[in-house]
Design a protein around this ligand. Structure first.
Ligand code: DAT
Ligand code: MG
Length: 151
């Protein structure tokens, strides 16, 4: 089953949107398999955003992500990467689809509340950056067959 990394970034935590964001992923049918709440150090932030090194917004992005605690999670489900990206909405909140988290709760690209892996390949890399294999919980959910079932 596909897995993806989700971060509720410092603005999401500070604004008290943690529960709302988790609720939307649960409502979608995605399954939580790992979570941790932490203050990110610069080294982890730089590893996570390595692809953006050298871009004009890079320094500000590292400062933002290390400024206050965040929630890191792994969510699982069929096409979890695409489903979560869709639930989060486009990077720029003013371009995010109505009903998405970034549309409904954000305005600025620099305060867009969440991170979600953008491909299955990157999800695997990002999950390994944030979590040890033993921190990922494999569990049976009573509703699995009603959400993940194929006819
Ligand atoms: P996403 O988070 O949707 O995957 P991304 O990987 O392109 O977007 O960029 C990572 C984060 O960097 C993004 O969530 C917010 C910030 N960012 C991206 N482009 C930016 C820009 N032009 N100005 C300021 N911040 C930007
Ligand atoms: Mg990205």
């Amino acid at each position: 089953m596909e897995q993806t990394l989700v971060l509720i970034k410092p603005d999401g935590i500070q604004r008290g949107l943690t529960g709302e964001i988790i609720k939307r992923l649960e409502n979608r049918g995605l399954k939580l398999v790992a979570a941790k709440f932490l203050l990110v150090n610069e080294s982890l932030a730089k590893k996570h955003y390595a692809v953006h090194e050298g871009k004009p917004f890079y320094a500000g992005l590292i400062k933002y992500i290390t400024s206050s605690p965040l929630m890191a999670m792994v969510w699982e489900g069929p096409q979890a990467v695409a489903a979560v990206r869709q639930t989060m909405g486009a990077t720029r909140p003013t371009e995010a689809a109505p009903g998405s988290i970034r549309h409904d709760y954000a305005l600025e690209v620099g305060r867009n509340l969440t991170h979600a892996s953008d491909s299955v390949e990157n999800a695997k890399i990002e999950i390994s950056i944030w979590f040890k294999p033993e921190e990922i919980v494999s569990w049976e959910r009573a509703t699995d067959a009603w959400i993940q079932g194929q006819n």
